[in-house]
Design a protein around this ligand. Structure first.
Ligand SMILES: [Cu+2]
Length: 383
């Protein structure tokens, strides 16, 4: 009822304003206040020109100011192989649309200034102009073709999936409210199968424990990847829409419940190398913690990040994860320190379908000493 009254009030207010407008015009006509109208037209057209100058200056200055963020210049350069291709698509698109933006706005306000209503002026009636119509259809069509073809080209290169015989590191990122479960394939290089029906207390992503490929899979709280290695991220969501976003690598893909997606990319700069690049910029030489002016600088504490780029709920912000790009040796060392989730948390518990059976992966002591089981808790949700 309140909504109805509010809507009715808005409609009535619009009608009242329209009627006042009509009445003002009519009284001006009756009184012969044409000259007052012309003066007002002129004043408005001048104001329009002033607005145009301020507006365009603001746009140009802010675009220049934000160019590093928008187009990946300076400290925001891409850290992946394909990143540069995507950045240049943005640069080329902004170059052409920027030119059109400025020209159309200058013309728009210049015309309202030049042709504002004045004594003796009369509008010209042009039914159509073939030449003009051909020009304003053909020019945007040609420019658009270049932009679309260029964009499509980059897209096809970026989105190409791995070939069956290609050496690739496959990592799985499962999004849920409000965290990621990052799963690595373990020594066999293969991720084990999953089934959503198996999701439960000790099995947050539904791994099938009858599949031996799952035995060595491990989970990590940060995304660690070796530099120069092609990585395929398998992206899934457990509840609502999320988005797997690695800004420095120009990787962004929706995580959709029930529809696995992927992104293939190759990191080309280690975290240390990227930090060394940031060191050159004054904004990264400020203290990382403002309360501690003599502490570490921003470039020293910089970390690549994994973020959720879909507004997935009120804890959305907490989906941030650290991403580390390291050398192959450091990566191998890190992998050797990781523990299989199955062996540490599932093996020989009531949730283990292989309980009591001897498996090839069993370390000798795990079979004998079942008290060690369940010491490592599964990845917890961050609240
Ligand atoms: Cu999310």
């Amino acid at each position: 009822m309140t909504t109805l009254i509010v809507v009715l009030c808005i409609i009535l207010a619009v009608i009242v304003f329209l009627q006042i407008g009509k009445l003002t015009e009519l009284t001006a006509k009756i009184r012969g206040e044409k000259n007052a109208q012309y003066a007002s037209n002129r004043w408005n057209s001048v104001l329009g020109m002033i607005f145009m100058i301020v507006f365009l200056l603001y746009c140009i200055i802010s675009a220049y100011d934000m160019k590093n963020y928008m187009l990946g210049f300076g400290p925001h350069s891409a850290a992946s192989e394909h990143g540069g291709a995507l950045d240049s698509v943005f640069k080329i698109t902004l170059f052409f649309t920027g030119i059109v933006f400025v020209i159309t706005h200058v013309l728009l306000f210049w015309f309202t200034y030049k042709y504002h209503g004045k004594e003796g002026s009369k509008a010209k009636f042009i039914s159509h102009d073939n030449k003009l119509e051909v020009i304003w259809t053909a020019v945007p069509a040609i420019v658009m073709t270049f932009l679309v073809v260029g964009g499509l080209n980059a897209w096809n290169k970026v989105m190409v999936d791995v070939k069956p015989d290609e050496k690739v590191l496959e990592v799985e990122a499962t999004a849920y409210q409000f965290a990621w479960t990052l799963r690595y394939p373990g020594a066999d290089g293969l991720l084990g199968t999953k089934n959503y029906k198996l999701i439960g207390g000790s099995n947050d992503i539904g791994q099938d424990w009858t599949d031996s490929k799952n035995y060595d899979d491990f989970k990590a709280d940060k995304l660690v990847l070796p530099v120069g290695q092609k990585v395929r991220i398998r992206i899934v969501a457990r509840d609502v829409l999320h988005n797997f976003y690695l800004p420095q690598f120009r990787v962004k893909m929706d995580a959709v419940p029930g529809m696995p997606t992927y992104f293939v990319f190759t990191p080309v700069k280690t975290t240390e190398e990227y930090r060394a690049e940031l060191k050159k910029y004054p904004e990264y030489n400020e203290p990382s913690d403002p309360k501690d002016p003599n502490g570490k600088k921003k470039w020293e504490t910089f970390e690549y990040e994994l973020a959720c780029a879909e507004l997935c709920g009120n804890g959305h912000f907490s989906m941030r994860r650290e991403v580390k790009i390291v050398s192959q040796e450091e990566y191998n060392k890190w992998v050797s320190e990781q523990k299989s989730f199955y062996l540490t948390s599932i093996r020989n518990t009531d949730d283990d379908p292989n309980k009591g059976k001897k498996l090839a992966i069993d370390p000798v002591e795990t079979v004998k000493d079942t008290t060690k089981v369940n010491v490592v808790e599964p990845v917890k949700e961050i609240k």
